[in-house]
Design a protein around this ligand. Structure first.
Ligand code: ATP
Ligand code: MG
Length: 917
């Protein structure tokens, strides 16, 4: 039975039993506390929590799900996908266990001719919660299910709750025995690979008060309205009904796997045995098939690759798939081959995948290209890290440092597994623990930032309670000051009745003119006043959708909850912010005109006078393109286009081609902001100027990369733009004064001066070298004889003072070494050692050369340099005849040269004190 038939049979079966068929919601969860829809019940959460009245009492759905928590299992177990479809039936205060269990049984075991799935009843096992006698009784007596295939398990396995006070209850899970060749006898409690969970029936029966963990909670009482929430994994049932080994071999996934195997030149062998030599590639192929499908479905639902949240999950899925293919030797782009295979397998159920494929493919292929570029760019840095690791190995250090691995990750987007694998190929280790420590540090930092920004705590129940009396009314599109009522005050996440002067609390109004940070626009600030109190508004956020929460400091008096209050925003700041926001739309439209529609928005932020706009683009913008974008924006400002906002349905807006931020959640009714009609048309809830000329002017500050495949432009608007240009004009004026040329010649003059400076530096270096050579003749005279038991050595140890570079010292040493050999009275074959020290940029350097006779006497330049550098607090090395090094402490140069002399003396067996005689 095909996956699509499984889905339609499901819907039909429950529709016949009076369930309302509800289409799958988006993968992007409507619940702000969840990144993605992870189960069929997610769209119904407000009904289960009693926050909204359900429009029906029974519902049935086949819901698209993403579970990132299962990503590591993919391909290794037979039953975990990152994307899968969950079939569910739901009762909101209607039927309970007594109907849910028998219906499940009927659907699973009635024959396919009768409309069921026709599973063999003998292969089914079930579990119930250990205290749920009622469920067990229904299975045994009402269904006639054999007692020996029912297992009772504890809270760990068979209890459901949200982790917060609210509804909860026992569940009953249904398993399918895949057969003795897949594992041990003994039912699901013995082996969950052989006995595979297919369906979970959750009975929401109780109100839980305290919830400390999965197993530690308090049952406060029975729910007045008991609910049913069930979930069956469509792919798991498909693998049974299609007689294949795992979910990746089912009809909606297998075509991708086959295409991947073909590209990689591998024979897929379907093994689950880690000891099998084909296992590693089989896992990779299964993973590729899963990840490509998940990426396809995520992009379809509007997610775009990025560095945080859902965008990061998508990026990770694509990268893992591309990496897995590379590990099988495919270095060409793979998505252009694999994505269409996945599209063809999925579009029957999800027509949008086919209709929207051009956009989906563009997003996916660009991301893959960006990743391939990342690999190419990072490879040079990786090679440098490997080289550093290898040379450090001489001094006993091990492998690539945690800091290097972190930089590769952070700057080059190299996932750690890529670093590990490439390091292994190069034969060096990686300090993984060091890397992880740096990652944790970074994450903690990010979390603290996010926390302090959004709100002091993550538990949203206090906010939800305040939202009970409805969403905040936002009056700020038309009003700057609004009289309303203080609905509640929160301190540390708890409702309080009163706030006093000096206190910082959160304040919720019934209606507010304050814009809560959203859609990239910064929050308003201002004041809220009432009878005997004044509070300053520092920030406004919407921690749960529809509820504006003002973070305020009480500056005067006492503020009781429930009283009348008047909110007044800082108007100038708002006016400047909306110039920036409309300016952002202009820049967006201009980028589309200049670069093309592929330059899609990936983020934005604007506040008074300033805006930044991030977009997907693979390369730096040319100077020309930048000034064109600036010009197009300013022309639109000059033309004083009207800026109009309209409300309409999401479909209508899409039909009009309104640009929206993919990945953003939109309701059914959306707000569309238009500049000059269709010239710029975006979904946007922000505040804007009435007509573009209000913006005044717009100055682009520059353009830079923010992560792979993402660029950022920044700009100033209004008075800030003017001031920025004025500052630049002042700078030019100062330069014309300094250079004594008119403004239009400043550029040439500076370029000429720089070129001349380079020349002069070259000349200077040549002069200094000549001077040193001249000095060499005098220096030779300063050589001393160090005599020992084995030889007499001519040693020249000298501090040359400040030098241009090590190169300078090196040529001096070579020159002096040959002069020393050739000096009269120094018969050829006399051992000679030259040790020259100096400082470059304040740091000590030392270069040592030995002639052949000295080397024969056992004096090696490399060893001598190590001695000197030890004293200087550094390191160095080289060959036996010439070596170089450096250190930290230039004041120890004298001591370092003395140490060289001692070492030469010791090397030729001189008695202590004979050196330098
Ligand atoms: P498992 O223990 O096998 O991971 P689960 O307890 O996480 O399953 P539930 O959260 O109860 O599963 O989800 C309900 C049903 O959804 C499961 O019975 C299963 O059929 C299906 N399901 C859950 N996770 C996945 C997944 N990652 N891929 C495919 N199907 C899944
Ligand atoms: Mg699971």
């Amino acid at each position: 039975m095909k996956s699509q038939d499984i889905a339609s049979r499901w819907l039909e079966f429950f529709a016949q039993k009076d369930h309302t068929v509800v289409p799958s919601a988006s993968l992007v969860s409507p619940d702000p506390s969840l990144l993605f829809t992870i189960a069929g019940m997610v769209p119904f959460i407000p009904y289960f929590l009693g926050e909204e009245a359900p429009p029906y009492q029974r519902a049935v759905s086949v819901q698209k799900c993403i579970r990132t928590a299962d990503i590591e299992e993919v391909g290794k177990t037979v039953r975990h996908g990152t994307f899968f479809q969950m079939c569910g039936n739901f009762s909101f205060g209607d039927y309970f266990k007594e109907r849910a269990i028998p219906m499940a049984w009927e659907l699973l075991t009635s024959t396919q001719e009768q409309g069921g799935y026709g599973l063999d009843p003998e292969r089914i096992w079930v579990t119930v919660y250990e205290e749920d006698d009622e469920a067990e009784r229904i299975w045994r007596e009402d269904v006639g299910f054999p007692a020996e295939r029912i297992q009772r398990l504890g809270k760990e396995d068979n209890y459901w709750h949200t982790g917060q006070p609210g509804p909860g209850g026992p569940d009953s899970e249904i398993f399918y025995d895949r057969g003795p060749e897949y594992g041990r006898e003994g039912g699901p409690s013995a082996d969950e690979n052989r006995y595979m969970e297919i369906w979970n029936l959750v009975f929401m029966q109780y109100q839980l008060s305290e919830v400390n963990s999965q197993t530690d909670f308090t049952v406060a009482g029975e729910l007045a309205h008991k609910n049913i929430d069930t979930g069956l994994g469509l792919e798991r049932l498909a693998m049974i009904l299609q007689g294949v080994e795992n979910m990746y071999e089912t009809d909606q996934v297998r075509p991708v796997l086959d295409r991947a195997a073909q590209l990689a030149g591998r024979q897929y062998s379907s093994t689950e045995d880690p000891a099998d030599p084909k296992y590693a590639d089989d896992v990779r192929l299964r993973m590729v098939a899963d990840h490509v499908r998940s990426a396809l479905m995520l992009i379809t639902d509007g997610v775009v690759p990025g560095n945080e949240g859902g965008g990061y999950v998508l990026r990770r899925l694509i990268r893992r798939a591309v990496r897995a293919m590379r590990l099988m030797g495919v270095t060409e782009p793979v998505l252009p081959e694999l994505l269409p295979a996945s599209r063809d397998a999925m579009k029957g159920t999800y027509p949008q995948v086919g209709q929207d494929f051009e956009r989906i493919a563009r997003v996916a292929y660009n991301e893959e290209k960006a990743f391939l570029r990342t690999i190419a760019a990072g490879t040079a840095r990786m090679d440098a890290a490997v080289k550093a690791a290898k040379s450090a190995a001489q001094t006993g250090a091990t492998g690539i440092s945690g800091a290097d691995a972190f930089e590769l990750h952070d700057t080059y987007g190299f996932p750690i597994d890529l670093t590990l694998e490439m390091a292994q190929e190069a034969g060096v280790d990686v300090d993984e623990a060091g890397f992880r420590a740096l990652m944790t540090e970074q994450r903690t930092r990010a979390r603290q930032d996010a926390k302090s920004k959004k709100s002091g705590h993550v538990d949203s129940s206090a906010y939800r309670a305040l939202q009970g009396s409805g969403d905040t009314v936002f009056t700020g599109y038309t009003e700057h000051t609004t009289a309303s009522r203080i609905r509640g005050l929160l301190s540390e996440g708890q409702q309080v009745g009163l706030a006093t002067a000096g206190q910082e609390v959160e304040l919720v109004l019934d209606a507010t003119p304050f814009y809560a940070e959203a859609g990239g626009q910064a929050a308003d600030t201002g004041y809220i006043t009432g009878d005997g109190f004044v509070v300053e508004v520092l920030d406004v956020q919407a921690p749960v959708k529809g509820l504006s929460v003002h973070r305020v400091r009480v500056t005067e008096g006492e503020v009781p909850a429930g009283v009348e209050a008047v909110g007044t925003i800082d108007l100038q700041r708002r006016l400047d912010a909306q110039k920036a926001h409309t300016g952002t739309h202009l820049v967006h439209a201009a980028l589309h005109q200049i670069l093309g529609p592929e330059a899609t928005q990936s983020g934005s932020f604007n506040k008074e006078g300033y805006l930044r706009f991030d977009f997907r683009w693979g390369e730096a913008m040319s100077e020309m393109a930048r000034s064109e974008v600036e010009d197009v924006s300013n022309l639109a400002i000059r033309d004083n286009h009207p800026v109009l906002t309209r409300e309409m349905s999401l479909d209508e807006a899409r039909g009009l081609g309104a640009m929206s931020l993919f990945g953003e959640k939109y309701g059914d009714r959306v707000r569309v902001v238009e500049v000059n009609g269709a010239w710029s048309r975006e979904l946007c809830g922000g505040t804007h100027v009435g007509a573009t000329a209000e913006i005044g002017s717009l100055a682009l500050l520059g353009e830079q990369s923010v992560g792979s495949g993402n660029r950022r432009v920044e700009a100033l608007v209004g008075l800030d733009a003017f001031r920025h240009l004025a500052t630049e004009r002042t700078l030019v004026n100062e330069l014309t004064g300094l250079l004594k040329v008119p403004a239009d010649q400043v550029r040439d003059r500076v370029a000429g001066t720089l070129a001349r400076l380079k020349e002069v530096e070259k000349e200077l270096a040549a002069l200094r070298a000549a001077q040193l050579q001249a000095e060499a003749g005098r220096l030779v005279q300063a050589a001393v004889e160090v005599s020992g038991a084995q030889a007499v050595v001519r040693l020249l140890a000298h501090d040359a003072g400040p030098v241009g570079s090590g190169d300078e010292l090196r040529s001096l040493v070579l020159d002096l070494r040959s002069r020393l050999e050739n000096t009269a009275g120094n018969a050829a074959g006399t051992p000679a050692v030259v040790a020259m020290a100096g400082t470059a940029k304040g740091r000590p350097l030392v270069v040592i050369g030995t002639n052949q006779a000295a080397r024969e006497a056992g004096l090696k330049a490399g060893a001598l340099v190590k001695t000197a550098c030890g004293v200087l607090g550094g390191g160095g090395g080289g060959k036996d005849d010439l070596a170089q090094g450096g250190g930290q402490d230039a004041s120890r140069i004298g001591a370092a040269l003395a140490a060289v002399r001692d070492a030469v003396g010791a090397g030729v067996g001189a008695a202590a004190g004979a050196a330098g005689a």
